[in-house]
Unconditional design. Structure first.
Lengths: 1014, 563
């Protein structure tokens, strides 16, 4: 607006003076390719005179009187040129195009920087993966495999799809969370992955190196994910509508036995004598139940897995409206997502409404508000797939799911099999009858108020306030038709949960250029407060099911649990940026953090960092280099700094009582009266502090052939120290809880590579490729520090990765004539354990580190082909270097052979295989597992899209119409023999047993969608 | 513009001054600082200790663990693996503590979790009691009278002595800790305090309780002065201070509040039974319910807040539902049959011989003895089961030796399933939830007899014992019958599965070999399961748990001999 007025004033001024013009300056503006450039603004530095070049790149400035002055030539997409003019002769100017990569702006802590000025390691998300044509419920799923150094692992498959763990540059902590923090529109976000609608996201940046993360101090050491939501673009109002519908099925089904196979397996199985503990002469046939025999004889066999699964579906609609007026940029969107998972009754619905408004109230005042309102609905309980002993993958096929009337049986061992020793097992489909209403209401808002101080050039103040408000109501009712309800005469659980997060930040920025020097100073004062409150009531024994969750007053027994906590953070940050001639840059920063949950003397910590950058390609000597014209960018950078991990719960440092209730008999009423008792459960821990991390990063960015090839490489060395490790207190202290002490050290070293190339580009066809690869070496470098280098109960070993499998190694099966002196008492067909200790007989010392749980490397490989309106994306993703137990091979079937297992290649004297031991409960007394290499390559996405030519659309007033088809998880290439090498990462050291391979398999998805703007 | 700047700068200054922003003031968690400031707060601490002590009859993995509290009973080591009890269906983990101790054990008891958990559990009790005792004196402004304070601190001191009693009997010398544990006083150089010194502290604590507490407990089920006197009596006997023991035993016996139950009473009066067995029936165990003999009753209730697991029935009732009769298992789990049992623990054959035969020349009891005689004891023991319709009787044959995994072996009825008002028919519940007697007056008569025996007053000893024998419908004994073995026999008849039998046998020297406790001879002789792996002096104490040794970083902690 201001510009317009100025121009108007200028025009009037020029026209008034037209008759008296005496001098005119003419000239032509060209690009480096010798083509003329139109629309370039040409103006004097000291005179109010400005014109634009015409279509041929020519300009004319008429002057009353010529005065020597500098002329400034500026245009979007070109570097500005200043030319001093001494005489009014015609001048020819060549403007240099700005490399598009130079113009790219990335979000860093408390501000943004041009990509070329970033000295740390900051990776940006691929835009293609945010355009909504992929079936992603959250950004993590959308980014999986696309960013070097950031490993996303899908732990389990569900409708909501939020079970994804993220590791940035490896695992640093043994006991605290390793998840990076998320900063959403400048506010540290505390919600879940599902809460952010990915189609509202404009960009995601991953901060990985010390200089970038140290700005987040005690929170930053696991990396920072900066998410910026969309803003209105300059120009007229644009509507955009996106809709997609997809279906999904499981990629693989466990090969479970059917009734006949199970009958055969059970009959032939050799049992353990429950009394003597030694091999019994008896076979499983002796414990066949009447039901099993009856069902077998009548060919009744239930495929529980099929009954519990379905074809999933996914429907998403998003409508957005964006644009700008003179002073206001706006972006509004509404979305609706509904997903039915492949387990029956597993569903997730999300409704979001976003309004992002930026209002420039005055030249010096900018007000911005980004707000999302959302509801997440998780009604219903999914069928029990993997519940230990109760899920469909465990359930005996010689049972029945429905009774003669077609209703689900309570106990599928019909008639209700309560005969000892077989405990009644609930029907895993019983969950379908549970009434569960689960709504989560969420508001996320981030608001800024920015003042540019007019009297100090380059100085601005920004007030940033963030609020998250999260309210959950979850009411669950188990009626008489479910086992829980049947045994308790109805059970109701009512939960209310409120979680809040407040952030107030005062940010001062000073940015100025003094000739060849550029200076930036940022100061932040920030306060953050999180709190949580929940109330949960469980009532049992109701008069009837009619009133479900609304009859707590008639419960015979009511138990309540409440929880409340609050944690506060107080921080001060100073950052200093210095640049010289755009070639050398320096960043220094320090953050001081205070966090309430730390011990009394250790609440505050200081986190300094520094970074250096050298833009080699801008050096004059490079211009002399013969091939310099091919090098559009060459930058070297390094950074070093300290950051922390404060992921400890509120009140961790305080002493605490546990509730231990008692009863006192009241003789007057002849009833017991509950007495609230307490017992010390935890002593105060005044020395509890954050875990610290020092990180060195050395990196290089290369751009070749005008940015057609971009290559980046980073080497890092992270050292985490003051690791919190649990120390066992002397039992004489009478407090059982472990005491966390900052004593351990761990190291992550690695390399990250990223390469993007435009292989072919011409008028109708283009082909581009993106590759990223990262390798991380993880190691515990110090454990308890008192000479204790191995902790076999937590599986921590000095000199080895943090997360490893430590176990006996499977070495095949004892064959008929094998020497079994190493494992006395074994027979042919029994599991053979590898001798790792060299001792004559087996002992726990033969346990060994089998391999690490986290992948050593991750990679992604994507190709995009475009032909006219068609576009094809093919994306491969992979990880490897880790092992995983193939726990489908486990024998978790109960002493009475009650549970199902998969078909397998049993050893028999006539089938002397090493693949699987004999069908004998005694064959694997140590529970030895078969571990396999879990490396994989997955064809994760194929997307074919077509943009309908605009001439066909103009009549319908549609600007852009795109239609696409996406297929996900089409093929996986791996040596792993279980269901999937990625699912269930078993990251926790204690995770064991059948685990994720018995869970819901990953889904294959096919999605069809449209996207139009008008 | 200037205004904005001023406000901003002001805001920064004001906010920076707010130092308390990082101080935690939790509203949802309790700590000694915010709870132990009033009388009711101290009482909450006591209730927590009652809960801990009640767990003696629950599964041992209590410490907030998710493990099944229906298995691995805590008190097994206190009363099984002795002359009168063995483990019939042993759980594999704990069999070493009951049927063969260190001599037949292939797995280290030093590192075993049962051993370390019991140890930790008792020190938790001690720390809880220490916190109450210490803070009662050092917290200003508590709203209690001197008498109320004396009562509360007295209870805490009895609790502390109770825990040290367990510790000294199980491990011998252990560190004597009398201060509240905090993060600031983590100690890694504990020293094992001699037993005599620990007992001196126990005596001091119990005498304090005796002097500050009232005869009557504040509430049903809370500790009273008599509990302090009871433990003092036992302590004096352990120390060989027999005159003190006699005086203290008499103090309780002569207190008019406590009387032996000699007449039928209570909820079961209309059904056949005996006065002796009435005390153990649900609804009868509390003093206000008519049990004048009760000194301390553990409180419990089915399926409510404040209730806890009690697995005495699960452990002591045998697996009658798997008794095979003509190829079938006709005896069903029912309330009438005492509920479902796992038969983990059982009486040795010796326990039955105590009633019907003469043991080693000592007069036994008669078949009419209501505590276990083959005809009089049918309300105390299951000697037979009935099944089917018409009712058929299945008599158990217990003339042979005790054996492992014997589903047809008599079991005590003291811990039968207690039907609850709410779920009267649910016999599959693993735990029992009734109030149960923990200490009763009968034991004081046995203490008295023991003291008199050692003081040379055999007539007095016989008189004390005859009070119990008269009530039990057993023939009276004479002064000439009295010996320490006879007194121990009588204790077994009266207090089977109630007393901490192992402790009793450990505190009494063997007259045939005075350097050893009588536990070794009697157990090896009368427990025919243990006789296969006879116990040795090492087994009189458990090993100090490895975790205790490991966590004592700065001073070596000596292990008990033999481990």
């Amino acid at each position: 607006m201001l510009v317009k007025r100025l121009l108007l004033a200028l025009a009037i001024f020029i026209s008034i003076n037209a008759y008296s013009q005496t001098v005119q300056i003419t000239g032509t503006v060209m690009g480096t390719d010798k083509a003329t450039v139109s629309g370039v603004t040409v103006q004097f530095k000291n005179q109010k005179k400005s014109v634009k070049t015409d279509e041929d790149g020519n300009f004319v400035i008429k002057l009353k009187k010529f005065v020597a002055d500098s002329l400034i030539f500026s245009s979007i997409g070109y570097e500005t040129v200043v030319q001093f003019v001494q005489t009014p002769d015609p001048i020819n100017i060549t403007l240099k195009e700005i490399n598009p990569d130079d113009a790219e702006v990335v979000q860093v802590g408390y501000g943004s920087q041009k990509r070329k000025d970033v000295n740390g390691s900051v990776a940006s998300s691929s835009k293609e993966r945010l355009d909504g044509s992929l079936p992603d419920n959250n950004f993590a799923s959308a980014q999986s495999g696309t960013v070097a150094g950031v490993g996303f692992t899908t732990n389990s498959s569900s409708a909501e799809g939020n079970s994804i763990s993220t590791l940035v540059r490896g695992r640093g902590s043994l006991t605290l969370s390793n998840a990076p923090i998320i900063v959403l529109d400048g506010t540290v976000f505390t919600g879940g992955l599902s809460d952010i609608n990915p189609s509202d996201i404009a960009s995601i940046n991953f901060l990985k190196d010390a200089s970038s993360i140290a700005i987040y101090g005690a929170k930053g050491s696991n990396g920072v994910i900066m998410i910026t939501t969309k803003a209105g673009k300059k120009g007229k109002m644009v509507f955009r509508y996106d809709a997609s519908y997809g279906i999904s099925t499981y990629i693989k089904k466990p090969d479970l036995m059917d009734g006949a196979a199970f009958y055969n397996f059970k009959s032939n199985r050799i049992l353990i004598d429950s009394i003597s503990g030694v091999q019994a002469a008896t076979y499983g046939s002796s414990v066949l139940t009447a039901n099993e025999i009856y069902n077998y004889q009548h060919n009744i066999s239930t495929d529980w897995f099929n009954l519990a699964t379905q074809q999933g579906s996914r429907l998403q609609n998003t409508l957005s409206l964006s644009g700008s007026t003179d002073k206001t940029h706006y972006f509004f969107s509404g979305s609706y997502l509904t997903v039915d998972g492949i387990a029956k009754n597993d569903q997730f619905k999300r409704y979001t409404l976003r309004s992002n408004v930026d209002y420039k109230a005055a030249t010096w005042l900018d007000i911005n508000s980004n707000t999302q309102l959302g509801v997440n609905n998780r009604d219903g309980l999914p069928a029990d797939i993997s519940g230990t002993g109760t899920g469909v993958v465990y359930l005996n096929p010689l049972t029945v799911a429905y009774d003669s009337l077609g209703n689900l049986t309570l106990y599928p061992w019909d008639p209700y099999n309560t005969v000892s020793p077989v405990q009644p097992i609930a029907n895993p489909l019983g969950n379908l009858l549970v009434k569960k209403q689960d709504n989560q209401y969420r508001m996320i808002t981030s608001n800024t108020f920015k003042v540019d101080f007019p009297f100090v050039k380059g100085l601005s103040y920004k007030l940033n306030t963030g609020v998250e408000f999260n309210y959950t109501i979850r009411n669950t009712y188990y009626g008489l038709n479910t086992v829980k309800g049947y045994t308790n005469s109805g059970e109701a659980i009512n939960l209310d949960e409120l979680k809040r997060n407040f952030l107030v930040e005062n940010i001062l920025n000073y940015n100025r250029e003094f000739g060849v020097h550029s200076i930036g100073v940022t100061g932040v004062y920030s306060m953050q407060s999180n709190d949580y409150n929940s109330d949960s009531y469980t009532g049992i024994n109701f008069p009837s099911d009619v009133l479900t969750n609304y009859q707590m007053s008639s419960a015979q027994k009511l138990t309540q649990t409440t929880s409340n906590w609050k944690e506060n953070t107080l921080s001060q940050v100073v950052r200093f940026n210095y640049g010289y001639k755009g070639r050398y840059s320096l960043t220094l920063s320090t953050r001081r953090d205070g966090f309430s949950a730390f011990g009394d003397g250790l609440k505050y910590g200081i986190f300094p960092s520094g970074a250096l950058g050298w833009q080699v390609s801008k050096e004059p000597f490079m211009q002399k280099f013969k091939y310099s014209k091919y090098i559009s960018n060459l930058k070297l950078r390094t950074s070093y700094g300290v950051s922390g991990n404060n992921n400890i719960a509120a009140y961790s440092a305080l002493a605490n009582f546990a509730t231990r209730t008692y009863i006192i008999y009241d003789s007057t009423t002849a009833t017991g009266v509950v007495q609230n008792g307490v017992l010390i459960s935890k002593v105060a821990n005044p020395l509890l502090g954050w875990e610290s991390q020092k990180q060195l990063d050395i990196g290089m960015d290369i751009g070749l052939f005008k940015g057609r090839i971009n290559f980046g490489v980073d080497y890092y060395d992270k050292n985490t120290y003051n690791l919190l490790l649990p120390r066992t207190l002397p039992p004489e202290m009478g407090v059982i809880s472990t005491f966390l002490e900052n004593i351990g050290q761990a190291e992550n070293k690695g390399v990250e590579l990223s390469l993007s190339t435009i292989n072919i580009i011409n008028k109708n066809f283009s082909w581009s490729t993106q590759i990223n690869y990262s390798y991380n070496k993880n190691m515990i470098t110090q454990l308890y520090g008192n000479g204790v280098d191995n902790d076999t109960s937590n599986f921590w070993f000095k000199g080895h990765p943090i997360s490893v499998y430590y176990d006996y190694k499977y070495n095949g099966v004892y064959q008929l004539h094998d020497n079994n002196s190493f494992q006395p008492g074994t027979q042919p067909g029994y599991v053979k354990v590898a001798d790792e200790s060299g001792n004559p007989t087996i002992s726990p010392r033969d346990k060994t580190i089998i391999g690490q749980k986290d992948p050593k490397y991750h990679f992604g490989f994507s190709n995009t082909f475009k032909y006219k309106g068609f576009s094809l994306l093919i994306f491969f993703q992979g990880a490897g270097g880790n092992v995983k137990p193939d726990n489908l091979q486990s024998d978790d079937i109960g002493s009475q052979v009650t549970n199902n297992v998969i078909n397998r290649n049993w050893w028999t004297p006539t089938n002397p295989t090493n693949e699987h031991w004999a069908n004998d409960a005694n064959a694997n007394p140590l529970g030895v597992k078969i571990y396999e290499d879990a490396s994989f390559i997955r064809l994760r996405d194929i997307t074919l899209s077509y943009i309908i030519p605009s001439k066909l659309l103009t009549r319908a007033k549609i600007n852009n119409f795109r239609i696409y088809f996406t297929a996900r998880n089409i093929a996986t290439f791996t040596k792993f023999k279980g269901i999937d090498p990625e699912i269930d990462s078993e990251n926790s050291a204690t995770a064991d047993g059948r685990g994720g391979q018995w869970g819901l398999p990953l889904a294959k998805e096919y999605t069809l969608g449209v996207s139009l703007t008008f | 513009m200037k205004k904005i700047l001023t406000i901003t700068l002001l805001a920064i200054v004001v906010l920076s001054c707010k130092k308390s922003f990082l101080e935690e003031t939790p509203v949802s968690i309790l700590s000694p600082e915010n709870l132990y400031v009033s009388k009711s707060g101290f009482e909450q601490g006591l209730y927590g200790l009652y809960n801990q002590m009640r767990q003696e009859r629950g599964g041992y993995l209590q410490n907030g663990s998710t493990a099944d509290p229906n298995n691995n009973i805590s008190n097994g080591i206190m009363m099984v693996g002795v002359d009168n009890a063995y483990s019939n269906y042993p759980a594999a983990n704990n069999e070493k503590y009951y049927n063969f101790f260190s001599t037949g054990s292939s797995i280290s008891m030093v590192a075993d979790s049962y051993n370390s958990t019991i140890f930790s559990w008792l020190y938790q009790v001690i720390n809880g009691a220490n916190t109450i005792i210490g803070r009662a004196d050092n917290t200003p402004g508590i709203n209690w009278t001197l008498a109320q304070k004396g009562q509360i601190v007295g209870e805490a001191k009895i609790v502390r002595a109770w825990a040290y009693r367990h510790l000294t009997f199980l491990w011998g010398a252990v560190p004597l800790v009398l201060q509240e544990s905090t993060g600031a006083n983590i100690q890694t150089n504990y020293v094992r305090t001699p037993v005599a010194q620990i007992r001196a502290q126990m005596e001091q604590d119990l005498l304090y309780a005796d002097s500050t507490m009232a005869d009557e407990a504040i509430d049903e089920g809370r500790l009273s002065k008599a509990v302090a006197d009871h433990y003092l009596t036992e302590l004096y006997l352990s120390e060989g201070r027999y005159q003190d023991a006699e005086n203290m035993a008499n103090k309780i016996i002569n207190n008019p509040m406590y009387k032996l139950v000699t007449k039928r009473y209570g909820v079961n009066i209309s059904n056949p039974g005996t006065a002796f067995t009435d005390m153990f029936i649900d609804g009868n165990s509390n003093r206000s319910q008519g049990n004048s003999e009760a000194i301390w009753v553990l409180q419990n209730q089915y399926l409510s807040l404040g209730a806890d697991y009690n697995i005495m029935r699960r452990y002591w009732v045998d697996r009658y539902d798997v008794i095979s009769i003509n190829g079938k298992t006709p005896i069903v789990v029912s309330i009438a049959n005492g509920g479902r049992g796992l038969g983990r623990f059982a009486a040795t054959k010796f326990q039955f011989q105590l009633f019907n035969n003469t043991v080693d020349g000592r007069t036994g009891s008669s078949s009419t003895d209501v505590r276990g005689g083959s005809t009089g004891g049918t309300y105390s023991w299951r000697f037979s089961w009935t099944y089917g319709s018409p009712a058929t009787k299945f008599n158990l044959n217990y003339s042979g030796n005790e054996t492992l995994n014997n589903d047809a072996w008599p079991n005590t009825r003291k811990w039968d399933w207690a039907p609850s008002a709410q779920y009267p028919n649910d016999v599959t519940q693993p735990s029992g939830y009734n109030c149960q007697i923990y200490i009763r007056l009968a034991e004081e008569y046995l203490f008295l007899a023991e003291a008199k025996f050692y003081l040379g007053d055999l007539t007095g000893a016989a008189q004390a014992i005859n009070v119990l024998r008269a009530r039990a419908n057993a023939p009276l004994c004479a002064a000439s019958d009295i010996s320490i073995d006879f007194i121990l026999d009588e204790r077994s008849r009266e207090l089977f599965s109630e007393e901490h039998r192992r402790y009793t046998l450990l505190r009494i020297r063997d007259p045939q070999n005075p350097s050893l406790p009588i536990w070794i001879r009697r157990t090896n002789k009368y427990n025919l399961i243990i006789a296969n792996n006879p116990v040795i002096p090492t087994d009189t104490l458990l090993p100090i748990p490895q975790v205790v040794i490991n966590s004592n970083l700065t001073l070596p902690m000596p292990q008990n001999p033999g481990y």
